[in-house]
Design a protein around this ligand. Structure first.
Ligand SMILES: *Cc1c(COP(=O)(O)O)cnc(C)c1O
Length: 384
């Protein structure tokens, strides 16, 4: 058995990153400033997006994006239930109604077909979620939204830093929100980025993330924004401190290399699971893409394994192998189950997966020997 605990994720932080943070601390300017501007520029270069705005988390970014689209009571917002609950929480907190579209059973992503069946006269926004590092098939979804009075689209790209869809990086078109939480492909501790090809939307995001102040130009002389800036509308306090933004710069330098290592490890897992019938990895979609391998998710065939997923996770933990659960379906979480009981049973693929999915360890500093340890532990658990 493995001696030390292998977590399912761990951020890759170099001494140079620690030194960069120390430099910001010594500089006299530790909150939003030049490092934010550099990280936004780096994001524009990498994804080809027209505008990029740093925020304190993807959740904060989603909050002000909903606000910028004036989503409120009477509006319906379509999203998968197979996602992190923050999006659904925000829809409800905005006074709007979440409407769940089912996902493809083997990619965990919504399709134009599953979305279309949920569109009504009140649909104002669709939030597709790129899953585990693979891209949603966006082209037919863009056509669908355009055909229905230009329903707004926001891509939840928390899993998709470095993902490409049909030769184009996620973020290049439309509006996408990225996360820099420690388990994501790059991290700033906490943080996020709102990318958009619409400068008016960007302007609104910039003011909503900082008290609703009308100007956000970082003034090197004044070390911040102009003291004369005025509130144009009530806003929030969702800015990213430079202490954190500087971490993102080092991470962006290594994005390709880190994602490459994730892909290598994922390929190795795939090979190992080819002949293990109890373990069903997610499918990689067949349209042209570049996978960011944010997560390595498998589904446990409970019958063949002779145990349920929760027991499987506990048994692995007892063998020093950490796992994650991405995600328990939002509509099956206590609050949503009790508030919207009629939804239970209407999302067969989501519910099937919610019960069986499990994320295995995958992070750039892992080695193929670590993968061997995970696979050996799984074999031991299944043969018990
Ligand atoms: C992590 C995650 C979020 C939230 O990101 P934060 O930066 O933690 O707010 C949103 N959606 C998905 C799919 C995620 O995985």
């Amino acid at each position: 058995m493995r001696k030390d605990f292998l977590p399912f994720s761990r951020p890759s932080i170099l001494e140079a990153d620690i030194e960069a943070v120390a430099e910001v601390l010594r500089s006299g300017w530790i909150t939003t400033g030049s490092k934010n501007a550099e990280l936004e520029a780096r994001f524009r270069e990498t994804t080809g997006c027209r505008t990029a705005v740093c925020v304190s988390s993807a959740t904060a970014g989603m909050h002000i994006a909903l606000k910028a689209l004036n989503i409120g009571p009477g509006d319906e917002v379509i999203t998968p239930s197979m996602t992190w609950v923050s999006t659904v929480n925000l829809i409800v907190l905005a006074g709007a109604t979440p409407v769940f579209a089912d996902v493809d059973r083997d990619t965990l992503m919504v399709t134009a077909d599953t979305l279309e069946s949920r569109i009504t006269d009140r649909t104002r926004l669709i939030i597709p979620v790129h899953f585990a590092g693979a891209p949603v098939d966006m082209a037919p979804i863009r056509l669908l939204a355009a055909r229905h009075n230009n329903i707004a689209l926001i891509e939840d790209a928390a899993h998709a830093i470095g993902t490409e869809y049909k030769g184009m990086p996620v973020g290049r078109l439309g509006t996408s929100i990225f996360s820099f939480h420690p388990i994501k492909n790059i991290t700033t501790g906490e943080g996020g980025m709102v990318c958009s090809d619409d400068p008016d939307f960007e302007a609104r995001i910039r003011r909503l993330k900082f008290h609703g102040l009308g100007v956000d130009a970082y003034d090197r002389q004044a070390q911040g924004r102009s003291p004369q800036a005025q509130v144009v509308e009530p806003g929030f306090k969702y800015n990213l401190p430079d202490i954190l933004a500087v971490l993102g710069l080092g991470q962006m330098d290594r994005l390709k290399e880190m994602n490459h290592q994730r892909a290598r490890l994922a390929g190795y897992y795939m090979e190992k699971f080819k002949n293990m019938e109890e373990i069903l990895p997610l499918a990689v979609p067949d349209y042209p893409l570049k996978h960011a391998w944010h997560l390595f998710i498998v589904r446990l065939d409970e019958e063949k394994a002779g145990m349920d997923r929760d027991r499987f996770m506990a048994e692995l933990k007892a063998r020093n192998i950490g796992t994650g659960l991405h995600f328990r379906a939002a509509h099956l979480q206590k609050y949503y189950r009790e508030t919207f009981p009629d939804i239970v049973g209407t999302l067969p693929h989501t519910e099937w997966n919610s019960q069986r999915i499990c994320s295995l360890p995958l992070f750039p500093d892992m080695t193929p020997e670590d993968v061997d340890d995970v696979v050996d532990a799984i074999k031991a658990v299944l043969s018990k």
